[in-house]
Design a protein around this ligand. Structure first.
Ligand SMILES: Nc1ncnc2c1ncn2[C@@H]1O[C@H](COP(=O)(O)OP(=O)(O)OP(=O)(O)O)[C@@H](O)[C@H]1O
Ligand SMILES: N[C@@H](CCO)C(=O)O
Length: 317
C-alpha cells in the first residue's frame, strides 16, 4: 500500500475549492507505489490523482519535477502535469504534507512486457530525451554514482545478513564501476526510474510515463541502462529476454540517436544501475520491518542482474 498520510474528506473538499476542478464525488487510496501517498479523486468535473509527498521527496525538488512535467506535456508527451489552482500555484500543502493535484492518465502498467511493449516504451524514452534537449533546469542525481559508496558504507556489514558475503561483492563491483564510469558522455535531464510500473499502456501503446520523482540531470544513456535492467529480466532478476532487450535498443534508437560511445558504455552503466537499485532496496530491506504494510523489494534480484551484465558484456553490441 502507499497511503501514509490520511486525507479526510472534509480537508480534500476544502482543498478542491482552490481549483476549477469540480466538487468531490469520491476518493480512494491507491495501493501501488511505495514512495508517496496517492489517491484517486473523482469530482463532478473529472478524475485526478492526488499525491502527498512523503519523506523521500524533498519539497525543494518539487519545482524541478513540475517544470519538467510541464515541459514534456507542452511537447505533446503523455506525462501527467500538475493542475494549477486559480492563482496558478501547483504545489500546495494538505494534511501537513506538500501535495499536488495531478492529471489522471488511463492505462495499466504491464508486469511481463512483450517485445512490442518494450519497443513502444523505449520509443517514448527516446522522444522524452529529444524533448529535453532544451530543458534548462538541473537537479543533481540524489541516487547517482557519487552516492553509492556512502550508501554502501551506511548499509555496512548488515548487508551480509541479506546474503553472506554481500558487502564484499558489492564493494568490489562498485570499485570496478567507479573506475570505468564514463565522464565524457552527453548529460541531460533523465527519468532515472523508468521501470514497467512507471509506464502506463493500452495494449502496445504507451498512454503515460509517470513517477518522475527521481528525475535528475545525469548521463543520458544511463536512463536507457536503467530501463534495460528493469524491463529485460523476470522479478528474480533471472531469465533475460533477449527479444525484449533488443526491442528496447531498437525502439530507443528509432526515436533518438544513440552514439557509438553511448552504446559502448551501456554495460558499465547497466552494472551501475544494478548497484543503485541493489543498494536502495537493501537499505529499505534492512530498515523496513518485515510486517510493515509496504512491500519490500528484493535486493538480490539486482545482484542477479549485476552478475548477468558482468558475464555478458556483449549484451548491447
Ligand atoms: N497521473 C496518473 N494517472 C493515472 N494513474 C496514476 C498517475 N500517477 C500515479 N498513478 C497510479 O498510482 C500508482 C503509484 O504512483 P507512483 O508510481 O507515482 O507512486 P510512488 O509512490 O512514487 O511509487 P514508486 O516510486 O514505488 O513507483 C501508479 O502505479 C499508478 O497506478
Ligand atoms: N523502481 C525502484 C524503486 C524506486 O527507487 C525499484 O524497483 O527498486
Amino acid at each position: 500500500m502507499a497511503v501514509y498520510t490520511h486525507v479526510s474528506a472534509e480537508a480534500l473538499a476544502a482543498f478542491l475549492t482552490r481549483y476549477d476542478a469540480g466538487e468531490l464525488v469520491s476518493v480512494k487510496g491507491i495501493a501501488e507505489g511505495v514512495e508517496n501517498s496517492n489517491y484517486l479523486v473523482d469530482t463532478t468535473a473529472a478524475r485526478f490523482i492526488l499525491t502527498l509527498y512523503e519523506k523521500r521527496v524533498a519539497a525543494g525538488d518539487l519545482p524541478f519535477f513540475m517544470a519538467l512535467l510541464d515541459h514534456l506535456a507542452a511537447r505533446g508527451l503523455a506525462v501527467p502535469p500538475a493542475i494549477p489552482d486559480r492563482d496558478g500555484g501547483v504545489i500546495q500543502e494538505l494534511e501537513g504534507r506538500p501535495a499536488c493535484l495531478i492529471r489522471f492518465l488511463s492505462g495499466v502498467s504491464v508486469s511481463h512486457p512483450t517485445p512490442a511493449q518494450a519497443h513502444a516504451a523505449a520509443v517514448a524514452m527516446g522522444e522524452m530525451h529529444a524533448a529535453l534537449g532544451d530543458f534548462m533546469l538541473t537537479r543533481a542525481n540524489s541516487m547517482g554514482i557519487t552516492t553509492w559508496r556512502p550508501l554502501l558504507e551506511r548499509c555496512g556489514r548488515d548487508l551480509d545478513t541479506i546474503q553472506p558475503g554481500l558487502f564484499a561483492r558489492v564493494d568490489s563491483a562498485l570499485a570496478r564501476v567507479e573506475a570505468a564510469w564514463p565522464t565524457d558522455l552527453p548529460v541531460s535531464a533523465i527519468h532515472a526510474d523508468l521501470f514497467p510500473d512507471n509506464v502506463l499502456m493500452h495494449g502496445d501503446t504507451v498512454t503515460g510515463l509517470i513517477d518522475f520523482y527521481f528525475a535528475c540531470t545525469d548521463v543520458r544513456a544511463y536512463d536507457l541502462a536503467v530501463m534495460h535492467s528493469a524491463w529485460t529480466f523476470d522479478a528474480q532478476g533471472r531469465n533475460p529476454d533477449a527479444a525484449v532487450g533488443a526491442a528496447l535498443l531498437d525502439g530507443y534508437a528509432s526515436a533518438f540517436a544513440l552514439s557509438a560511445a553511448e552504446r559502448a558504455a551501456l554495460p558499465v552503466l547497466a552494472e551501475g544501475a544494478c548497484i543503485r537499485f541493489l543498494l536502495s532496496r537493501a537499505w529499505d530491506w534492512l530498515h523496513t520491518p518485515a510486517d510493515a504494510l509496504v512491500m519490500r523489494k528484493d535486493p538480490l534480484a539486482y545482484l542477479n542482474r549485476l552478475d548477468w551484465y558482468v558475464d555478458n558484456p556483449q549484451a548491447f553490441a
